[in-house]
Design a protein around this ligand. Structure first.
Ligand SMILES: NC(=O)c1ccc[n+]([C@@H]2O[C@H](COP(=O)([O-])OP(=O)(O)OC[C@H]3O[C@@H](n4cnc5c(N)ncnc54)[C@H](OP(=O)(O)O)[C@@H]3O)[C@@H](O)[C@H]2O)c1
Length: 299
């Protein structure tokens, strides 16, 4: 079963869609402190549990949050998770991720730690990834989360964590879709028993100056016709057949049902290979300027 993504799900819409998702059988909700909608997600979870009349319990649902770049110091990470828990109205989350392997200076009312003209970024040099990881391990000891993991980490950044980890990262959440299939990083994580969670799994984001999406790719459309499934269903099935955890975002009830209706067919090996081949395009949609060396978008 896919999980439900919640980035850019409006606070006004996310409560209802989270409730519907859980009642429809979704059991994994992916959120983050920076998305600014955790209070409404919490309401949706609460309502679903209440409406299920005892059939669904808190422990049946897997809830993820992420530590924002300004909260990499252990005390700040604990503050951030407690803040998320407060908003979610929960005692624990199932998974806390380091959202990005980059630390910003903590500047109140300036979440992106940027100068006013946005030309300068204020990085926090006094905290290493290893120290942030130790801070996350303490959150497990304090039972604020059941597990911890990474997001947007490359293999050398993961390697640094593995060298010091007392608790191993359970997942690395990364951009992954037919146009960016991340084969090498997938293999690396597999070798170290770290699962991969695919974000932007449908590649349904506008890039600067174009609106490319694998949903309209002729390869995907032809497979849709062959299997009598939508493009989104073909792509979600491809993720699942690769053993990936997949978290498509939607606030549209009919798509919620569509995205979960992927268990009555199986792509042949040749068809999986033909989607794999689309990865030659190597298109990255999330390319923020704060990751050194990147061209930049979204800020
Ligand atoms: N760790 C990170 O740094 C990071 C970064 C990005 C995303 N994420 C997580 O990953 C989740 C998913 O990624 P994403 O939201 O960027 O992209 P996505 O799930 O690939 O695409 C979401 C977009 O596709 C549309 N959509 C959903 N189902 C569809 C369907 N069946 N047919 C056609 N369009 C459909 C949605 O529209 P409607 O909502 O209008 O239906 C929305 O515009 C996020 O929500 C977030 O939880 C994490």
């Amino acid at each position: 079963m896919p999980g439900l993504g919640t980035w850019r799900s409006d606070p006004g819409q996310v409560q209802e869609i989270v409730k519907q998702a859980i009642l429809h059988g979704y059991r994994h909700i992916d959120g983050a402190w920076i998305y600014g909608n955790e209070a409404e997600i919490g309401n949706g979870i609460k309502e679903a549990i209440a409406e299920s009349k005892g059939h669904i319990k808190r422990e049946d649902i897997f809830i993820t949050t992420k530590i924002w770049n300004q909260y990499h110091k252990p005390d700040d990470a604990e503050w951030a998770v407690r803040d998320s828990l407060n908003k979610l109205k929960l005692d624990y989350v199932d998974l806390v991720l380091i959202h990005w392997p980059i630390a910003f200076k903590k500047i109140k009312e300036n979440r992106w730690s940027q100068s006013e003209d946005k030309k300068e970024r204020y990085y926090e040099e006094s905290i290493s990834l290893e120290q942030t990881w130790e801070g996350l391990e303490k959150l497990v000891e304090k039972k604020l989360t059941h597990s911890i993991g990474l997001s947007n980490f490359n293999s050398s950044e993961i390697e640094r964590i593995l060298k010091v980890a007392k608790i191993k990262p359970v997942t690395n959440q990364i951009e992954l879709h037919p146009y960016l299939n991340q084969k090498e990083l997938r293999d690396y994580c597999h070798q170290h028993q770290i699962t991969i969670t695919s974000y932007c799994p449908l590649s349904n984001l506008k890039r600067e100056g174009d609106s490319v999406t694998a949903l309209n790719d002729p390869v995907i459309e032809a497979l849709g016709k062959k299997y009598n499934k939508t493009s989104a269903q073909i792509i979600i099935r491809w993720h699942l057949q690769h053993g990936l955890i997949v978290i498509p975002k939607t606030v549209t009830p009919q798509r919620l049902i569509e995205n979960a209706d992927v268990f009555d067919f199986e792509l042949t090996t040749d068809d999986v290979n033909s989607i794999d081949k689309m990865g030659e395009k190597n298109l990255r949609f999330i390319n923020p300027a704060f990751k050194p060396g990147n061209k930049g978008m979204f800020d």
